[in-house]
Design a binder for this molecule. Structure first.
Ligand code: SAH
Ligand code: SF4
Length: 354
């Protein structure tokens, strides 16, 4: 068993293709030496391809309305226990302006799946932000039609984050009623064809999820050849059907992140807020096993506590400036620096010389 772990780690270190079984072996790395060696390899790959810098992405959570009913998420439409809000286009532009003044070169616009924002409204939002500065704009607004994805891209959106959530089809359908895995993959394909820098990812520790299916998650990210991947622990929300279920294991989430880093060397991988919520040093740990991105929250304070995808989200009481200070502190604490520039994918096709 131990010699098998060493053999697979050697294979990984040589950038040889890893099978599902190999990935499971790495995900089983025991606390202590094995885990340390896995994290050290991921850290080395990160250093080789991304250097000593961490990219910052300022995230604006502009609406907590959602037409979906995902069993894991506090924004699900059946949750009658939250006050819903929608930021106006003007409010989003003001929040973006503030983020740009603070030095952000990427703005992430995230929301529940909220058709109230039709494609023209979203295009206007994107174009107005671009007028302030040619920052990169990432959308994380869920499933739309191919035509809408194309229009949003033409309006100036550069990147799109649509996590596949879990590659276990059965788990996917049971946790996301009314949606389908095939449709999710179709959307990812449309986004790819539209020209976006593509982001996907998955949660770790969903009830019923196996190591085998986590290996499938990583293989899917590899197949999609994503430019970014959000991999974070599942955190149960009290007003959802998964209330009372155990949270995902942070160590397992970190191991998944580490294997993803080794197998997708060029991919941007955030140290997730969920990791920072599970443990006060969760994001530092993630930065030390492959992560090279952090997404500080720049949502106006009055809306922030209402965007409760999961409870006790790290940084929920900080204003944008405080969030930034804390995160720069985390970056310096692990001996790294804040990156300059937009932090586009290092793949040549996305290097447009901004
Ligand atoms: N509505 C959009 C974007 C907002 S949700 C979408 O679903 O794509 C953003 C991410 O939050 C989801 O992709 C999911 O991975 C994550 N998330 C939702 N509930 C969570 C929970 N309970 N614990 C951890 N992450 C969660
Ligand atoms: Fe809506 Fe996204 Fe939450 Fe699902 S995960 S309920 S789509 S906000």
């Amino acid at each position: 068993m131990d010699s098998n772990f060493q053999a697979v780690l050697q294979k990984a270190a040589g950038q040889q293709p890893l099978s599902k079984e190999d990935i499971v072996t790495l995900l089983k790395a025991k606390p202590g030496n094995q885990q340390r060696e896995l994290f050290a390899l991921a850290d080395k790959v990160r250093q080789q391809h991304h250097g000593n810098v961490v990219h910052l992405r300022g995230i604006i959570e502009f609406s907590n309305y959602c037409r979906n009913d995902c069993h894991y998420c506090g924004l699900r439409r059946s949750n009658r226990n939250i006050s819903r809000y929608r930021m106006t286009v003007q409010q989003v532009i003001e929040a973006s302006r503030r983020a740009i003044e603070l030095g952000y070169n990427t703005i992430v616009l995230q929301s529940g799946e909220d058709p109230w924002y039709d494609v023209n409204t979203l295009c206007r939002m994107i174009a107005e932000i671009k007028k302030i500065k040619n920052v990169a704009i990432t959308l994380s607004i869920g499933e739309r039609s191919k035509e809408e994805y194309q229009q949003l891209y033409r309006a100036g959106a550069d990147r799109f984050l649509l996590k596949h959530e879990t590659a276990d089809r059965q788990l996917f359908s049971s946790l996301r009623p009314g949606t389908s895995f095939e449709r999710r993959l179709q959307c990812l394909q449309w986004l790819r064809e539209s020209g976006y820098q593509l982001g996907s990812g998955n949660m770790v520790g969903l009830p019923g999820q196996t190591l085998d299916s986590l290996a499938e998650d990583i293989l899917l990210l590899k197949k999609l050849d994503v430019e970014m991947a959000g991999i974070g622990p599942f955190i149960p929300h009290p007003q959802t059907p998964l209330a009372g279920q155990p949270a995902g294991d942070l160590q397992l989430a970190l191991k998944t992140l580490a294997v993803a880093r080794i197998m997708l060397p060029l991919c941007h991988l955030p140290a997730t807020t969920a990791a920072g919520t599970m443990h006060s040093e969760g994001r530092q740990m993630a930065l030390n096993c492959g992560a090279n991105v952090i997404m500080p929250n720049v949502t106006p304070l009055k809306y922030r506590r209402l965007y409760q995808i999961y409870p006790n989200k790290a940084g929920v009481t900080d204003d944008p400036q405080q969030s930034l200070q804390k995160i720069v502190g985390i970056i310096h604490q692990v001996g790294r620096e804040v990156a300059a520039g937009r932090g586009d994918s290092p793949k040549p096709v996305f290097q447009k010389g901004y």
